[in-house]
Design a protein around this ligand. Structure first.
Ligand code: NDP
Length: 438
């Protein structure tokens, strides 16, 4: 903490992993001698830069751009870009640190990184977003490339932004290469990348429920957020015949007593992706739904069987866990990165709720990004049905890796948190030791 003052999210992420791996670390002289964990907690490189762009009123705007290149032991740096006014180094370092273990869990040759800017894409015209992306890439392009560092999307960065970023990279470098993932399938992207995080999350939840003799059919589900991860998690839950009754955004949440269906989800996608409006509009359209503005009443107080936090970090606290537990929730699976506060995780561990940490449960997105990189290098593109199978197999592999780690280290049954941290750590630690200290 002394070394990284004022970075609470980063401390939280590092401490959580440390608590899981401490028993292994203390028994492994090589890891201690090589200072493996200290090295993992220090980014290999941090780049911050000025991003100057011109708004529609011809005024110059100044933002701060970032790229944290965290760990390249397993492959080139890989991780998303976030455009959000609250973005800072603490958030980026926590995201990049988590990415190290998540990417290792996929079994693909992916290092870790994260980046973005304190730019608010809300209420900006397409032209403004384009000029911002071009200005961001003007500096960042010298640090990225298909064998060096491959960004993707995250909060505030979807296919539109990826298109502008990729176009700028191609123009400046005069190279059409897989320097960024999440591209449209027409121009170098992979089928299923937009869906992969949300779909993969639901696959993982289904594998967990199978272990306890359950499944998602007819289960009442809460999904926070209403962006990329949430929309495709809802879509997959509906395929499993689950009953999704609540979702949210930064303005408040919707409780739809009758549950969503394909038509309602299409309306939600239009509302959030095209109109870029608040979820409040959903309750104006559908009479079975109520909109709760602000944070006083919590989405997590709605009675349900399964909860999928898919919005942002620290969105679910210990009191929320109490509510979920009281209402008989059996599973919490993290679509977002670090959505549970540390006290919330401790409360879950004392409850009967089974819990999937984001490092394992939301790894589907980066896994399909890894396969987008493979397709870019091959210059051949795989059909959608193949990608569906690849995603399922990758999520199953992560799930089995967690189960194997629980057995190997005599962890409690269903202890996915410690299993995911240990399994990810071991892979990266071995690669770091093999490559010497630098
Ligand atoms: P989007 O920008 O598409 O959606 C984010 C959603 O979360 C929006 O509905 C947004 O509301 C809501 N939100 C943001 N901040 C808050 C807040 N402080 N309180 C309540 N709601 C909030 O992002 P993604 O869906 O891509 O990402 C969501 C989470 O999933 C993030 O934690 C991200 O790191 C993680 N993730 C994403 C992956 C991906 O492939 N995209 C991969 C793995 C993890 P509003 O519309 O009002 O802004």
């Amino acid at each position: 903490k002394d070394r990284n003052p004022g970075e609470p999210e980063f401390h939280q992420a590092v401490l959580e992993v440390f608590e899981s791996i401490e028993p292994i670390l203390s028994k492994n002289d090589k890891y201690l001698e090589e200072k493996v964990f200290e090295r993992m907690a220090e980014p290999e490189r941090i780049i911050t830069f000025r991003v100057c762009w011109t708004d529609d009123n011809n005024q110059i705007q100044v933002n701060r751009g970032y790229r944290v290149q965290m760990n390249s032991a397993m492959g080139p740096y890989k991780g998303g870009l976030r455009f959000h006014p609250s973005l800072n180094l603490s958030i980026l370092k926590f995201l990049a640190f988590e990415q190290t273990f998540k990417n290792a869990l996929t079994g693909l040759p992916l290092g870790s990184g994260k980046g973005g800017a304190d730019f608010n894409p809300k209420h900006k015209s397409d032209r403004e977003i384009m000029r911002f992306c071009q200005a961001w890439m003007l500096e960042a392009q010298r640090h990225i490339g298909h064998f060096t560092d491959i960004p993707a999307g995250d909060i505030g960065v979807g296919e539109k932004e990826i298109g502008y970023l990729f176009g700028a990279f191609k123009k400046i470098r005069n190279e059409f290469q897989g320097s960024i993932t999440g591209k449209g399938p027409l121009w170098g992207g992979s089928f299923l990348r937009p869906e992969a995080t949300g779909y993969g999350l639901v696959h993982f939840a289904e594998y967990m429920l199978t272990e306890i003799g359950e499944n998602l059919e007819a289960k009442t589900c809460l999904v926070s957020g209403s962006g990329n991860v949430s929309q495709f998690a809802i879509e997959k839950l509906l395929e499993h015949k689950a009953n999704v009754v609540a979702f949210s955004d930064s303005t408040g949440f919707i409780h739809d007593e009758e549950g969503l269906n394909a038509e309602k989800l299409a309306f939600l996608k239009e509302l959030k992706n095209t109109k870029r409006e608040s979820v409040a509009g959903y309750a104006e359209k559908f009479k079975s739904a109520t909109y709760y503005e602000g944070t006083e009443k919590r989405i997590w107080s709605v009675p349900a069987d399964c909860a999928f936090p898919c919005a942002t970090q620290n969105e679910l606290d210990a009191d929320d866990v109490k509510d979920l537990d009281k209402n008989g929730v059996m599973l919490i699976a993290e679509g977002a990165n670090m959505p549970l506060t540390d006290p919330a995780i401790k409360a879950v561990q004392k409850s009967n709720i089974i819990y999937a940490p984001g490092k394992a449960a939301n790894a589907g997105g980066v896994a399909i990004s890894g396969l987008e990189m493979t397709q870019n290098r091959l210059g051949r593109y795989w059909p959608r049905d193949r990608m569906e199978i690849e995603l399922r197999v990758l999520m199953q592999g992560i799930h089995e890796n967690c189960l194997d780690t629980m057995k190997k280290y005599s962890l409690d049954k269903q202890d996915y948190l410690n299993a995911a941290n240990i399994a990810g750590f071991e892979r990266v630690a071995k690669a770091m030791v093999a490559q010497g200290s630098w």
